[in-house]
Design a protein around this ligand. Structure first.
Ligand code: PMT
Length: 219
């Protein structure tokens, strides 16, 4: 039995990587299994929220009770988020969105030859920053995976994207694993959650999120 911290609230979560097409068979992507984001979706549903999960390509089954929308590229994910964001109370951005897409991808499979192939990359939109900067945004929660200077880089992201809550984790231990350890960053400071499996960790993150949401939205 889980306490219904999020009863009556609508929550949108992104999870997994995005895939940016180079040609008919190739692409560039970020490393992400989707496990952390799917665990957040599951925990939020257990906590009573109406949950929509916008997923990049993963091998994971849809959590019970969760509505899932599949996407491939960052542009697809942005369009899906924009289509769902109205009336959402909480937006949790766990996806590892590719920062660049390939300009002019080829319809056909590019043939291999002895020459150096140069790809032109253009920056993708920042989905979370877009959502957080609208008038009356939902309560926005970001994630940051860093390979060094975790707290410094993560707190800088939280401030730049104007987020009440950001979940910081280390690339080396977070991606693909069944367990994780995170530090929650909010206006009160840092809250360390010790290593646990992603399902238990997601429940703790959702509990903290609900407490902060209620502080920002007193009845
Ligand atoms: O999927 P797993 O294998 O379980 O791994 C989980 C995870 C490590 C991917 C996850 O816990 C995590 O940290 N996700 C965020 C990855 C990241 O480093 O994101 P970022 O620093 O590029 O972006 C910061 C925030 O902005 C994130 O909330 C991201 O979803 C969002 N963002 C980033 C770029 C972009 N174009 N659009 C975005 O919305």
């Amino acid at each position: 039995f889980q306490p219904k911290f999020l009863a009556g609230l609508k929550l949108l979560v992104t999870a997994g990587p995005t895939f940016e097409r180079i040609d008919a068979v190739r692409g560039i992507t970020n490393s992400s299994s989707g496990k952390m984001g799917y665990a957040i979706a599951r925990a939020a549903f257990e906590a009573g929220a109406e949950v929509t999960l916008i997923s990049g390509p993963t091998m994971l089954p849809t959590p019970t009770g969760v509505r899932r929308i599949d996407t491939v590229s960052a542009q697809d994910m942005l369009a899906a988020v924009n289509g769902e964001i109205t009336h959402q109370d909480i937006f949790v951005s766990v996806a590892a969105v590719a920062d660049y897409y390939v300009l002019n991808p080829s319809e056909q499979k590019i043939k291999k030859d002895a020459h150096i192939l140069t790809l032109e990359l253009a920056p993708n939109p920042d989905i979370l920053a877009n959502v957080a900067s609208v008038a009356n945004p939902p309560f926005c929660v970001g994630f940051a995976a860093e390979s060094e200077n975790l707290l410094e880089f993560a707190e800088a992201k939280r401030r730049r994207k104007k987020l009440p809550l950001l979940v910081a984790n280390l690339v080396q231990t977070a991606i693909g694993a069944d367990d994780n350890e995170v530090i929650l960053l909010d206006d009160d400071g840092q809250h360390r959650l010790p290593r646990a499996n992603k399902s238990d960790l997601a429940r703790s993150i959702v509990k903290h999120m609900a407490r902060l949401y209620n502080r920002y939205h007193p009845e």
